[in-house]
Design a protein around this ligand. Structure first.
Ligand code: ARG
Length: 472
């Protein structure tokens, strides 16, 4: 067993089960890269502030990069008795450079160190998720553009309601994922704050330069209250809420994929590459990817609730409860990343059954509102028009016919204001195109929305690439 770095005041060995119970190395080893990067910056700052010598700093920095390489090569064994990644790195550094390693932990604590590591990890992962969401939204825009002339039934209560452009429906998802991207950007800004140097909770007696550490690690901001710095996990909760809302959207699009690809709808066909077969029923092509995305929503919500619960009522400042932040966070990052990635790949490969969609707009009285609107153009009040059309629908239902299948004479029996022009008024194309109100489904509106979306994505990609290039 390795001697504990905090073992000074203890005369008994830690109980084995306690070691296993308190250890976080199984999961926080994920943070090794950021832990070492943070330590390198800390060393350089300590030297510049005259707290350690330049020579000591370069020994430590060189040692830290050897430790990193050894971790990456798999040369080390992780050990519960060393608790967490911070202790592992320091112990390995001690083995590598000798006693000077003991100077690394001057003017900091694991409390501010772990806060730094998570923030560095999360800003990196958030940027990756933003990138994937940009690609996914690009795929939606391209699909919307490609099928701009396809009309399909818009639904309310999962009942056919009014004909809309299929692209308009796709663009609704574009809006949702745009809001998600914004939420991730927002959280990113609050994650991108440097906590190191807050030490255990009160700051430190050493003349450190926190702004220099921040500069070395590309943080635009330094946290301003040492107590808050070590006890704040708002940024984790914010990420998890953004992730949860994003998963709501993934679950909704997934549900539609499942419905649309069923024999009941037959609106789309998912490509072979994104579906799987059944081990018993040879005819099956199942939308498992969409189903799994839908199913994975639960774990992300669970992660959010877990984290809210961990933080609720915690007294200031750091408490060990907070070690429970990592598994939910890592799991949510992994899940959202995978869902965004898989959707960005799946969407461009969807086959659209234009004829089936269009046929569906012809059945189910999707033109009833338009017949009422027609009467309004002839001077009838909308509520009255609504009642007249209700009667006409009832009559047509009795004959198992649609409104546009009634003769002019039949229609006139409900209102003498209806004339021959009603038939061209009620075509699906006209119905869609009349909805020119801002944000409506007319072709012009949808084409404009696609163009605006494209310009927007270009700007976002630029912002993302600028941040990546400064190695956040
Ligand atoms: N493993 C701990 C965590 O993840 C690191 C901080 C521990 N600090 C302490 N004083 N025990 O939160």
């Amino acid at each position: 067993m390795t001697r504990k770095l905090w073992g000074g005041r203890f005369s008994e060995k830690t109980n084995r089960s306690v070691e296993a119970f308190t250890s976080s190395i199984d999961f926080d080893k994920n943070l090794y890269f950021y832990d070492i990067q943070g330590s390198v910056a800390h060393c350089k700052m300590l030297a510049r502030a005259g707290i350690i010598t330049e020579e000591e700093a370069s020994t430590l920095v060189a040692g830290l990069s050897r430790v990193r390489r050894n971790i990456e090569r798999g040369s080390y064994r992780f050990d519960d008795s060393l608790e967490d990644i911070h202790m592992h790195v320091e112990t390995w550094l001690l083995q590598d450079v000798g006693k000077v390693a003991h100077k690394l932990h001057t003017a900091r604590s694991r409390n501010d160190q772990v806060a730094l590591d998570i923030r560095m990890y999360l800003r990196h992962e958030t940027l990756h998720i933003i990138e994937l969401l940009i690609l996914l939204r690009q795929a939606l825009l391209e699909l919307a553009q490609k099928h701009i002339d396809v009309v399909f039934p818009g639904y309310t209560h999962l009942q056919r309601a009014q004909p809309v452009l299929f692209s308009h429906h796709l663009m609704a998802y574009f809006e949702m994922f745009t809001r998600d991207t914004n939420r991730f950007w927002d959280g990113f800004n609050r994650t991108n704050v440097m906590p190191l140097g807050s030490a255990a909770l009160a700051g430190t007696t050493y003349p450190i330069d926190r702004h220099y550490t921040a500069e070395l690690l590309n943080f635009p901001e330094v946290s301003s209250n040492s107590i808050d710095s070590v006890s704040d996990r708002d940024f984790v909760i914010e990420f998890l809420s953004a992730a949860s809302i994003c998963m709501v959207h993934f679950s909704r699009i997934s549900e539609e994929m499942v419905l649309w690809s069923s024999s009941e709808f037959r609106f789309i066909e998912l490509s072979d590459a994104f579906t799987t077969g059944s081990s018993i029923m040879p005819q099956k092509k199942n939308p498992d990817v969409a189903e799994l995305v839908r199913g994975k929503t639960g774990r992300v919500f669970g992660n959010l609730v877990a984290m809210l619960t961990v933080m609720k009522s915690l007294p200031l400042a750091y408490n060990r409860d907070m070690q429970e932040d990592k598994e939910p966070l890592f799991d949510a990052v992994k899940t959202v990343t995978a869902c965004a990635d898989i959707y960005a790949g799946m969407l461009p490969n969807i086959k659209i059954n234009k004829e089936v969609m269009e046929k569906a707009t012809m059945e189910g009285f999707l033109n009833a509102t338009d017949l009422a609107d027609y009467l309004v153009t002839k001077g009838v009040a909308f509520r009255e028009a609504h009642a007249v059309v209700g009667k006409a629908v009832q009559y047509a239902l009795g004959l198992k016919k649609e409104l546009h299948e009634l003769s002019l004479l039949e229609l006139k029996s409900f209102s003498s204001l209806i004339s021959e022009d009603i038939f061209s008024f009620l075509t699906v194309e006209k119905m869609v195109d009349r909805r020119k109100s801002y944000g409506g489904t007319s072709k012009k509106m949808v084409v404009d929305a696609i163009e605006t979306g494209k310009a927007r994505l270009e700007k976002e990609m630029q912002k993302h690439n600028d941040l990546i290039s400064i190695e956040v």
